[in-house]
Design a protein around this ligand. Structure first.
Ligand SMILES: Cc1cc2nc3c(=O)[nH]c(=O)nc-3n(C[C@H](O)[C@H](O)[C@H](O)COP(=O)(O)OP(=O)(O)OC[C@H]3O[C@@H](n4cnc5c(N)ncnc54)[C@H](O)[C@@H]3O)c2cc1C
Length: 326
């Protein structure tokens, strides 16, 4: 087909499928099912069949009453405003949960509008150590050996859809367990989705990676099992990387810098432990030095620096850290 050839696309869906097959004989794969028929009337029928009370109860479950509206919103078969207004008018407060999800979509779009192509790079410094390995072929082919992840990829490749919770689990596995470059993974993921949308997709990957959120997103087996009805865990013989508690996962996934603050004053150390430890987390320790000689200057500086960072008192040039620790 040349680029100037006029397309006379039949309005009947079945005829249209035959036509597309004729025009694009090189295209392979399954036809999309009727549930994904495109167009305005199909979009309206999806909008009218929303079950907001069930959505509020079970949207996080893999078989929950989610709307499947995203491709229609993505391609403008429905506007976000009319969807928001329709849900609000029909369900009022009961629709709040769904309205909040629509607001996320709006938020990501506003961030894109305000920042342009910057959303394709890290919006903020990552809050934990992440890495930048290219996305592996075994992931793209759904050959990780983990039944849950492979099923998610299989669904993505065959239907172009993945439930929101599965997207979160998958992205977290790819970024934090496999240490993949989130940008590489996000590009590939977006290209396979029927609802592929730069703003929702790339900013969600950043949210998982912690480059556009205050912490990384990670999950354990109990969480995945609960929201999938144990569908993938029952009978799974794979060595499960998620089968542990959150503390252990955190230590395993995110190597933290170990900083020890040493000071001869027991009072100062007690203050540091009380004030700074909760904010600085497990990689930081404070110890009392038995004498001034064992109070290494660099370690003392660490305590001082933390106090300064916390209070921003550097410009005052205090001679001692003590006032800043209060
Ligand atoms: C890693 C990752 C990548 C994503 N990539 C995309 C993408 O490319 N395109 C896309 O449209 N959505 C994306 N999302 C958001 C969300 O997963 C999908 O919008 C949702 O799963 C679509 O299915 P649904 O219409 O049945 O959702 P429902 O749960 O029924 O939600 C209704 C509508 O609310 C909006 N919505 C719901 N959850 C979110 C969310 N977390 N962020 C933004 N909007 C939301 C969508 O417009 C959705 O159609 C991504 C999420 C993650 C974690």
């Amino acid at each position: 087909m040349t680029s100037t050839q006029k397309l006379n696309i039949p309005s009947d869906r079945v005829e249209r499928l035959h036509y597309i097959k004729r025009m694009f004989p090189q295209a392979t794969g399954e036809d999309l099912s009727n549930s994904w028929a495109g167009g305005r009337s199909q979009a309206l029928s999806k909008l009218h069949s929303i079950d907001a009370p069930s959505y509020a109860r079970n949207r996080n479950f893999i078989n929950g009453a989610v709307t499947h509206l995203s491709p229609y919103l993505r391609y403008g078969c429905l506007s976000l405003n009319e969807t928001f207004a329709a849900v609000k008018a029909k369900f009022g407060l009961v629709g709040e949960n769904l309205l909040m999800q629509l607001a996320w979509r709006d938020f990501w779009r506003q961030v894109w509008y305000a920042n342009g192509d910057a959303i394709f790079s890290e919006m903020e410094a990552p809050k934990v150590g992440i890495d930048y390995a290219p996305l592996n072929d075994f992931v793209k082919q759904g050959n990780t050996g983990l039944p849950c992840m492979d099923a998610f990829v299989d669904e993505l490749l065959t239907t172009g859809y993945m439930h929101n919770h599965a997207r979160m689990w998958f992205a977290s596995y790819v970024v934090h367990h496999l240490k993949t470059d989130w940008r590489d993974a996000a590009d590939w993921f977006e290209s396979k989705l029927l609802d592929g949308d730069f703003a929702s997709n790339h900013l969600s990957w950043q949210w998982v990676a912690s480059t556009f959120s205050s912490k990384p997103y990670y999950f354990n087996k109990e969480n995945l099992g609960r929201y999938t009805g144990e569908k993938y865990c029952t009978g799974c013989t794979a060595k499960c990387p998620f089968d542990t508690d959150y503390e252990t996962l955190k230590e395993r996934l995110f190597t933290q810098a170990q900083i020890t603050g040493i000071d001869i004053s027991a009072d100062r150390i007690a203050l540091c432990r009380r004030r700074l430890l909760p904010a600085l987390g497990g990689g930081t320790r404070f110890e009392i030095a038995p004498s001034t000689t064992s109070q290494a200057p660099a370690s003392h500086d660490a305590v001082f620096a933390m106090a300064v960072f916390r209070h921003g008192g550097l410009s005052n040039g205090p001679a001692s850290a003590t006032p800043l620790l209060r």
